[in-house]
Design a protein around this ligand. Structure first.
Ligand code: ZN
Length: 256
């Protein structure tokens, strides 16, 4: 596979996305692919969608599903941000062509992608848009993983890339969650092994590290990248927009 940058959960944070794309270019990637949630929470949905339209592919996240109508599964912050984003993006019959194309792009995102032994989804192999695979669903000290994790692993042949929880790491074939600090860099699969790889979030990391998260993949090796960006500017832009919840900005400063 050509050197690929796998990004996810941009969440309308153009400051983080631009920094990640610059870092990816410096790493000589040949393609950028996205696992969904381009929008939601942040102040720059239009700029982020326009960037995503240039990617090699861009999947459907729950926030794309959300603004297309399914808001009942969202918490209050996510719902408020989705309503604002929808007001900004929704294109009626008389809207300019560019606005219509953007709205159509959001609505038409596919749920999964498979290529050369790698599966790509937003959430999980069996429920690609909405299901979360959290670290606490994974194997405990006694090696017992939840049925949810083991059923999802059974659907993976080699690599499956996910986002959605905003916590980067690897679920190995024993159902154990390996955090970044414990992973070899780059991470490589042994022959016959499989893994669910969470690339983390570009625009709203939740693992306590405010830097943008994404991964490089060449078909064998996964290299996790963390990229500094202007977090304060992203936070300020959210607070400056009265219809976005301030907490969506403040959490960026902590990375939670
Ligand atoms: Zn997300």
């Amino acid at each position: 596979m050509a050197p690929t940058a796998i990004v996810s959960d941009i969440h309308s944070n153009i400051h983080a996305l631009n920094a990640v794309l610059e870092d990816a270019r410096a790493c000589s990637v040949q393609r950028v692919v996205c696992l969904g949630d381009v929008i939601g929470y942040g102040a720059h949905p239009i700029e982020c969608i326009d960037a995503a339209r240039t990617f090699d592919f861009c999947l459907r996240g729950n926030h794309e599903d959300g603004i297309a109508g399914k808001l009942d599964l969202f918490n209050e912050d996510a719902r408020q941000a989705a309503l604002w984003t929808r007001r900004l993006l929704k294109a009626g019959l008389l809207a300019p062509e560019e606005k219509k194309n953007r709205w159509q792009f959001v609505q038409e995102r596919p749920r999964r992608r498979e290529e050369e032994g790698a599966m790509f989804v937003h959430g999980s192999p069996r429920n690609p848009v909405w299901e979360y695979l959290f670290d606490f669903d994974c194997a405990d000290l006694f090696g017992r993983a939840s049925d949810k994790v083991m059923e999802n692993l059974a659907l993976v042949s080699e690599f499956c890339f996910v986002g959605h929880t905003h916590v980067p790491g690897v679920i190995d074939d024993g159902g154990r969650f390996i955090h970044l600090e414990a992973l070899g860099d780059p991470f490589e699969l042994e022959t016959g092994a499989k893994a669910i790889v969470n690339v983390g979030s570009v625009g709203q990391p939740r693992d306590g590290d405010p830097r943008a998260s994404y991964a490089l993949f060449d078909g064998r090796k996964v290299t996790f990248r963390r990229v500094e960006y202007d977090v304060a500017a992203a936070c300020q832009d959210i607070i400056a927009e009265p219809d976005l919840p301030d907490s969506a900005g403040q959490r960026l400063l902590q990375g939670f």
